[in-house]
Design a protein around this ligand. Sequence first.
Ligand code: IMP
Ligand code: MG
Length: 180
Amino acid sequence: MARVKVLDKTFETTYPESRILEAVGKVADAINSDMDGKDPLFLCVLNGAFMFASDLMKRVTIPSRISFVKLASYSGTQSTGVIKELIGLNEDLTGRNVILIEDIVDTGVTIKSLVEQCEAKGAADVRIATLLFKPGSCKLPKKPEYIGLEIPNDFIVGYGLDYDGYGRNLPEILTLVPEN
Ligand code: IMP
Ligand code: MG
């Protein structure tokens, strides 16, 4: 298995590009069949989902639009937790069928906040399409509608996902090799 160094850590290929694109194709097929005639608006969650969104959209054959959003996290005025503000969303979501494109759903905290914000902006239906899903750590009330691959609770990089900002360019998905 190929080993790659990202900053100070070593990663090992877990999913080669061919396996990822197979999973992307499966997600696209499901969306093409479920959302035909529903004029969905895809919202790609930056930064991590850029590569998945690009390969996914090439395989989406139904009429649809795509826009890009980012979450800005900052400490709230109250001492409890973090407020996540949606930036870059210029579309009117009233009555729209929204599909959030995520790279990975881990605990689900990020995506849950996005779903709630889209609903608050009047979206009729909000679905989640995630390339990767870590069921071991997810606290969402229900699973994302579209999942490319279910993975163990390990730290990964590549195909858009980063370690301290690096590794997003790697075309495959690699898992952290534990240090002895
Ligand atoms: P959640 O809010 O816990 O679901 O985390 C989601 C975000 O954490 C993702 O959008 C990623 O940016 C990041 N993340 C979670 N797991 C990993 C990983 O294994 N590698 C890199 N980033 C990750
Ligand atoms: Mg992400």
